[in-house]
Design a protein around this ligand. Structure first.
Ligand code: DGL
Length: 284
């Protein structure tokens, strides 16, 4: 449902960070490390997560609702800290929706900054990509890589169980080993030349220690948080007109479509700090 009575708030606001659930916290964590002065408003659509196996239309619709909600809360800049949403909704939101809502607001994804890191990492020019079904099927990474580093060959593997394992806090339990081993083996059997793997889902850093257990030592893991954070810092430097609309009190607040208590408990584990300011919201 879309309505904007009296338009969106004009005064500066927090930077919005959106994910289907908890995964985007891994991005937020990195962003806050290098840009601690800004305010952040994180929205996890936990009640409808995971997004990974949902259709293009559904991911686009859910993401659009979340972005508009964050704009209504005063955000002028929203980061889609979710590869599935970046792959399936970013372009349409930027091209179709922003001009209708407010062309001065910005929505940024996390696929481009991740891809920009690849060239300096792979020696063999042969890499792997692990992501949700939606991200892999969208071929967004392949298209970006073709533009940025056309000599790099990419092998992809969709891991439909990995985000649910994280969302259900099973990522460090023995059951996770089976799925981690299975998908890594599938990917590595594609080519002996793979020397770097993109963790193309913001939920996957939570599985990183399990992944490393089954990964040959010569293969590097490309985790997105650091690259996205650096890219955001550069973006804000290059765009002072956007930076000036982002408030700076070092605050961080959280919104969830699930229960506040459940979110606070899980988010405290993921961020390794006590989360207090959580509000339940409904979006549609
Ligand atoms: N964390 C998200 C991503 O980066 C989505 C995972 C999911 O909801 O399936 O793709």
């Amino acid at each position: 449902m879309y309505y904007m009575i009296g338009g969106l708030p004009k005064q500066p606001g927090a930077i919005g960070v959106f994910d289907s659930g908890y995964g985007g916290l891994t991005i937020l964590d990195n962003i806050r490390k290098i840009l601690p002065e800004y305010d952040y408003l994180y929205l996890g659509d936990n009640a409808r997560a995971p997004y990974g196996s949902r259709s293009f239309e559904v991911v686009y619709e859910f993401t659009k609702q979340a972005v508009l909600y964050l704009f209504e809360q005063g955000c002028h800049l929203v980061i889609l800290a979710c590869n599935t949403a970046s792959a399936k909704a970013l372009r349409s939101i930027q091209q179709k929706d922003l001009p209708q809502w407010d062309n001065s607001r910005r929505v940024l994804g996390i696929i481009r900054p991740t891809v920009e890191s690849i060239s300096g990492i792979t020696q063999s020019r042969c890499i792997g990509l692990l992501g949700t079904v939606g991200t892999v099927q969208s071929e967004s990474y392949l298209l970006e890589i073709k533009k940025t580093c056309p000599d790099v060959q990419v092998f992809s593997e969709a891991c439909p169980m990995w985000a649910p394992l994280v969302e259900n806090r099973e990522y460090d339990k023995p059951g996770a080993d089976y799925f981690v081993k299975q998908h890594l083996n599938n990917l590595l059997s594609c080519s002996p030349l793979i020397d770097a793997i993109i963790l193309g889902c913001t939920h996957y850093p939570l599985l990183e220690s399990k992944i490393r257990e089954y990964l040959p030592q010569n293969i590097q893991l490309i985790s997105q948080g650091e690259w996205v954070a650096k890219s955001l810092r550069d973006y804000l430097t290059r765009h002072p007109e956007i930076a000036s609309k982002c408030t700076k009190n070092g605050r961080c607040e959280f919104l969830t479509t699930e229960s506040e208590i459940k979110f606070a408990g899980a988010a405290s584990v993921f961020l390794k700090e006590d989360i207090e300011k959580v509000k339940h919201i409904t979006i549609d």
